[in-house]
Design a protein around this ligand. Structure first.
Ligand SMILES: Cc1ncc(COP(=O)(O)O)c(C=O)c1O
Length: 384
């Protein structure tokens, strides 16, 4: 067999087929409504693009330090302090090709073969596959839909074994939009400290919270900070998914190991994007207000339309996704998504790769008009 066991144990992206069908339909000028998008539909702000043009014109087009430029790491360190109350000095920060690489780097550095990683369902679909690629074992904790999938701490504790190395936390959560409360973060922190494990906190949607404000678990105490790897990036907050800049703040020893392995794998992320990321981190509150208000308007509109149709869903508190319950249809999530696409030209992401086959994920990173038309078509689909 030419293909390694490691490669074989990773599932192919199950959503690729549906997203490529959506793309093809759009290309063929079919009136498809795309609720499948995983990225903001705004353009990257002009100020950020200007910084990239300047980088190119100024010849900033060569290798940079593996962990990112000093300027960018200083900006990230200041941002961690100012908006998250997290103390990570610049030598504890590694800039990577998106938050995705930061997450994968973290797992590669902390996992030995067979180490277990606790993941709470519904979860972002890459976590399980990344853990497997790093020779770890994903341990899934289910939650109740009746309770909006809020964490069940007794269940988490029960699944901790001598092999448990870390827990992955994602707030706001993809795909439900759930935002962890301070008291929930405190309970998780207690578990992490009691069992002397680590937490990887994926905070990529931190600026998209509609009622409360974001709390970083690492800000709760010095003890928990010493066991936390905080992952973030510019993709979702600045509409920069294509620029591929993400980062982690980590305990010093872990950060040094990450730098070592990144140096042998990909070296630094794109120099031009790093300059753009410095400009992004200099954006003022107006941009975040705009982003939040726009998404809040769309979220509220989608919610009001779904309520009128008596469709069950988890009320999103953050990110730009809504997890819709399809249990009453008797279809599994793939069959539902395929049928909805072929019959009503609506693209949604099946819930099964997120750990729930009785749900689908709708993204409201699209216009109010599209949301109105799309939910109307879903209503017609369900009433047949
Ligand atoms: C929860 C979560 N974490 C990380 C990422 C990856 O971010 P990036 O594009 O910066 O790699 C995504 C992207 O969809 C995500 O939803």
């Amino acid at each position: 067999m030419l293909i390694s066991k490691r490669a074989q144990k990773v599932s192919p992206s199950q959503t690729l087929k549906i997203t490529s069908e959506i793309k093809k339909m759009k290309k063929d000028n079919k009136p498809v409504i795309n609720f499948a998008a995983g990225e903001p539909d705004f353009d990257t702000p002009e100020k950020i693009k200007e910084a990239a043009y300047e980088a190119i014109k100024g010849g900033f087009t060569k290798y940079t330090p593996v962990s990112g430029t000093h300027e960018l790491r200083e900006s990230i360190s200041a941002k961690f302090k100012k908006s998250n109350n997290l103390d990570y000095s610049s030598n504890q920060i590694i800039v990577s090709n998106g938050a995705k690489q930061a997450l994968f780097n973290a797992l590669l550095v902390i996992l030995n073969p067979g180490d277990e990683v606790i993941i709470m369902a519904p979860y972002w679909l890459s976590y399980t596959e990344m853990v497997k690629l790093a020779d770890g074992v994903p341990v899934i904790i289910d939650a109740d839909k009746e309770n909006g999938f809020r964490p069940k701490f007794d269940d988490i504790e029960k699944k901790i074994t001598s092999q448990t190395k870390c827990i992955i936390l994602n707030t706001p959560t993809n795909p439900t939009g759930m935002v962890w409360s301070k008291s929930e973060l405190e309970q998780l922190s207690e578990i992490v400290l009691k069992h002397k494990i680590l937490v990887i906190s994926d905070e990529i949607y931190e600026h998209l919270i509609y009622e409360d404000s974001h709390i970083s678990i690492g800000a709760l105490s010095k003890d928990i900070l010493s066991r936390t790897i905080t992952v973030n990036g510019v993709s979702k907050s600045f509409s920069m998914t294509g620029w591929r800049i993400g980062w982690m703040g980590a305990p010093y020893d872990i950060a040094q190991e990450v730098s070592k392995i990144q140096g042998q794998m990909t070296s630094n992320p794109c120099s031009i994007s790093q300059m753009a990321a410095v400009a992004a981190l200099g954006m003022d509150g107006e941009w975040f207000d705009y982003l939040r208000n726009e998404f809040k308007k769309r979220r509220d509109f989608m919610i009001s339309k779904l309520k009128k149709l008596n469709i069950s869903f988890v009320k999103p508190e953050g990110a730009f996704y809504l997890f819709m319950d399809i249990d009453c249809t008797g279809l599994d999530s793939f069959a539902f998504a395929e049928k909805l696409l072929s019959e009503k030209l609506i693209g949604v992401i099946p819930g099964v790769p997120f750990g729930r086959d009785d749900f689908v994920r709708l993204s409201y990173a699209t216009s109010i008009n599209e949301i109105e038309e799309g939910i109307m078509r879903i209503g017609a689909f369900l009433s047949v």
